[in-house]
Every structure is written in structure tokens, then in C-alpha cells.
Design a protein around this ligand. Structure first.
Ligand code: GUN
Ligand code: ZN
Length: 429
């Protein structure tokens, strides 16, 4: 039996990219409707038109709520859930002091399952319906996340984090061969099973040997439909470290490029301090850059050049980078992206922010045929925003003259209280 629900509320969807096409790329319906049949969006339009076309459908009336595509977090570390907001360190010390000890706990599959469930529930409470996450070096940490996602029906992208160099603690090291073998087995188990997608995941070049990077490059060449995720040029001392470990490399990106780890389905987290050659290569290839603004301020990494890179034609998504990032919320993440834009003299419009948190991230994940928009045929991952979720936000949005003035206070000041409802493949979560 088909289950069909007609969702009523304000709706926001994209006909294009507002960075290149302006506000004409955004379609807002004040009294809009989304019809969902068996987890898929099957019709869109005004409430009046859809009520007339589908008189028998069950109705979910969201009132003045704004129905947007579910948020897509393009870079996160679910194993860092329990150590988010750890004080006072910069990247390398932060990894050694807080991150690696916590990731060691994932040697216990029961702990991995506990955190995976806790993490995905936090995402749903914050309106995030899809994530691309690092796991730990333990294969069971990958199973734990995909199993928890399967139970919740979520489209999740993830992979085993690979580290085989003595720059990482011994208890968190694999080998070039075991990283290849374990990644391959996990890929065969999970990639394309339901809504799971396996992502080949070398942590970053400082914690891998050349042999490991090369083995993972070979695995990617054997499975070119997979994504590959890593980190690139996050902090200046990290870049100096990469230079000392790979003196033959032209730049940081070259440490991936030389081993078959540069491609259109590659996701490069942070990408703050890029050399001209790196920018050119990333654009030529069409690789995905992932902006992690709360992380970049929290760990003190630097100010991502959204305006310059986007106008240069780069593909860019938005992400929390939990727990380097200081929030699970993509609203808070959009606010931080706005603030970084301000510090660079290039403020982002709310249309840019909401696009980055949905369609932009889905583009970097090569998943716009499934998620990241409200469009017929897409999976019905939707978030309903209450644009008056606190007294402070309500009194500001009451003064709004248009959608953008109504939405921006929620972007800047909203938290999980602004999430009126979250739907995953049409089911309320
Ligand atoms: N670089 C390598 N690993 C990590 C990580 O876990 N978080 C962040 N922010 N950067 C990294
Ligand atoms: Zn990261």
C-alpha cells in the first residue's frame, strides 16, 4: 500500500546556485505544499493546487513553518561526539591531547554503537538528515555508524579512518595492507546497501605513509564511484609539518595527487591556506572543498575564502567538523560561515547559507539526484524550521519584510529549538 502525505507550510527550494544566479535561483512559496509518496517527493506547488490535485492524501500541516531540504553535513567525525568543546589547543596538540585518546575507545564495538546512535539522534534533533563522517581505524566503528543509520533510514556517507604512520599513536595505527583490506571489505559490505555509501578515508597525509596513500589510491581507482575524503591545508603549522614529511611534494595537495587521491569525487576538508597551484588543480578536477567554519574558529585555523573560491568555480560544501567544530547544528554552522565572510569583507546572503547547508553539500557528495533539495523524484529528507522558536528570534522575525529577513535571525540565533520537525525519507524522526 502506498503511503502519501501532503505537507503544508512555507517551502523553499532551489532552481539553481544563488552564488552564480542570484536570488532568482530560489523558489519560495508562502503557502506551499510537498507531496510525499513512499519516502519520495512526488509533487510540489501551492497548497491550493496540491490540495485540489490530491484530495485523498493525509495532511501534515506545519503552519507558518518553513519546509527546507534536510541539512547535509559534508564533513564530520562522529567518534568525536563525546569530546566536542575540548579547550585550548591548536590542531596537532588537539589531536594528540583529546582526539586520539577518545578514538582509542572505539576499539570497543559496544562503545562505538552507543556513540553512533547518540550522534545520529543529535543530528536529527538539529535538522541534519545526511552526513559524511570519518569513523576510527576500527572497522567495527564503521559498522556501528551504518547500522545506526539504517535503523533511522538516513543517507549516510562514511569510511574507516586510515593511519599507519608513527606520527599517530600505536594503538591507532593500521598498515598499508590492512587499511586496503579492511576498507575494501567494508566497502563491499556497505556501499550501496540501502542508503549507505562507503567513503575511502585516509585521515590526512601526515598520519599515512606513502605506501598507505598509494594503496588507498589504488582502492579508489578500483571503485571510482566511491567518494574519498581527507583533510587539506587546515593550519599553517600542519602545512609546515606536511612539507617536512613529504619534502618531494610540490605542495600539500601534491601529497594526495601523487598517490591517486585527487579526483572529482574527492572531498577535501578545510582547504583554507591554498597555494595558487592547489586552487587551480582542485578547480580543474572539480573536487569538493568543505568549509568547516565553527572548527576553523574553534581550533584557530583561519578564514576560508568562500567568496574567492566560489566565484573561481570551485565546488563547495558546508560542514560542522564535529568535534573540532563546536556544534552539531548546521544553523550554528551557517552563522559561523556568515561571521567568517564578514571578517573577510564578503558577507554571505542567507540564500547562500541555506544553499550551502543543503544543495552545496549534496553537490560535493555527488548526491543531488537524491538529497539536498525539494524536487520531484528526490528522497523526502526535509526539515521544518520554526522561524519564531525563541522570544528573541520571534520579536526579530516579527519585523521581517521578506523571507530572508524572517530566516536570518534563525540562522544567526537558532538552535535545536528551531527544528519544528525532521523527516527522513518521508518519516518523521
Ligand atoms: N586533521 C586530521 N584529523 C583531523 C580531525 O580529526 N579534525 C580536524 N579538524 N582536523 C584534522
Ligand atoms: Zn575533519
Amino acid at each position: 500500500m502506498t503511503s502519501t502525505t501532503l505537507h503544508l507550510g512555507q517551502t523553499l527550494r532551489f532552481d539553481g546556485d544563488p552564488f552564480s544566479e542570484g536570488l532568482a535561483a530560489i523558489h519560495h512559496e508562502r503557502q506551499g505544499a510537498v507531496l510525499v509518496s513512499d519516502g519520495t517527493i512526488s509533487d510540489l506547488g501551492t497548497a491550493d493546487a496540491l490540495r485540489a490535485r490530491h484530495p485523498g492524501a493525509a495532511v501534515a500541516d506545519h503552519g507558518a513553518g518553513l519546509i527546507v531540504p534536510g541539512f547535509v553535513d559534508a564533513h564530520a567525525h562522529y567518534p568525536q561526539t563525546a569530546m566536542i568543546a575540548s579547550w585550548g589547543k591548536r590542531l596537532i596538540d588537539w589531536l594528540n591531547s583529546y582526539t586520539f585518546p577518545e578514538e582509542m575507545r572505539f576499539g570497543d564495538p559496544a562503545y562505538a554503537r552507543e556513540i553512533a546512535g547518540r550522534y545520529l539522534d543529535l543530528l536529527l534533533a538539529n535538522g541534519t538528515t545526511s552526513v559524511c563522517s570519518f569513523c576510527t581505524i576500527h572497522p567495527a566503528s564503521v559498522d556501528a555508524l551504518f547500522e545506526a543509520a539504517e535503523v533511522r533510514g538516513m543517507r549516510v556517507f562514511a569510511g574507516k579512518t586510515c593511519m599507519d604512520r608513527d606520527t599517530a599513536p600505536e594503538r591507532l595505527r593500521d598498515t598499508a595492507q590492512s587499511a586496503y583490506d579492511d576498507s575494501k571489505a567494508l566497502l563491499q559490505r556497505w556501499h550501496g546497501r540501502g542508503r549507505a555509501a562507503y567513503v575511502i578515508t585516509p585521515r590526512f597525509s601526515p598520519t599515512s605513509t606513502r605506501e598507505q596513500l598509494s594503496a588507498l589510491g589504488a582502492l579508489w581507482a578500483e571503485h571510482p564511484d566511491c567518494l574519498m575524503q581527507t583533510h587539506l591545508s587546515e593550519q599553517t603549522d600542519e602545512i609546515e609539518w606536511v612539507k617536512s614529511l613529504y619534502p618531494e611534494a610540490r605542495d600539500y595537495l601534491d601529497t594526495y595527487e601523487a598517490f591517486g587521491l585527487l579526483g572529482a569525487r574527492g572531498l577535501y576538508g578545510h582547504a583554507i591556506h591554498l597555494e595558487p597551484r592547489e586552487k587551480d588543480r582542485l578547480r580543474e578536477i572539480g573536487a569538493g572543498l568543505v568549509h568547516c567554519p565553527t572548527s576553523n574558529t574553534f581550533i584557530g585555523s583561519g578564514l576560508f575564502d568562500m567568496a574567492g573560491l566560489k566565484s573561481g568555480g570551485h565546488t563547495i560544501g558546508l560542514a560542522t567538523d564535529t568535534g573540532g567544530g563546536s556544534s552539531f547544528s548546521m544553523l550554528r554552522t551557517m552563522a559561523a560561515a556568515y561571521e567568517i565572510g564578514q571578517l573577510r569583507g564578503t558577507p554571505l546572503h542567507p540564500a547562500h547559507l541555506i544553499w550551502l547547508a543543503t544543495q552545496g553539500s549534496a553537490q560535493t557528495l555527488h548526491a543531488t539526484d537524491k538529497i539536498g533539495n525539494l524536487a520531484i523524484g528526490l528522497e523526502a529528507d526535509m526539515t521544518v524550521l520554526d522561524l519564531a522558536s525563541t522570544p528573541a528570534i520571534a520579536q526579530r522575525s516579527a519585523e521581517a519584510n521578506d523571507l530572508w529577513e524572517a530566516l536570518f535571525p534563525t540562522i544567526m540565533m537558532g538552535d535545536d529549538r528551531a527544528i519544528q520537525a525532521t523527516y527522513v525519507a518521508g518519516r518523521r524522526r
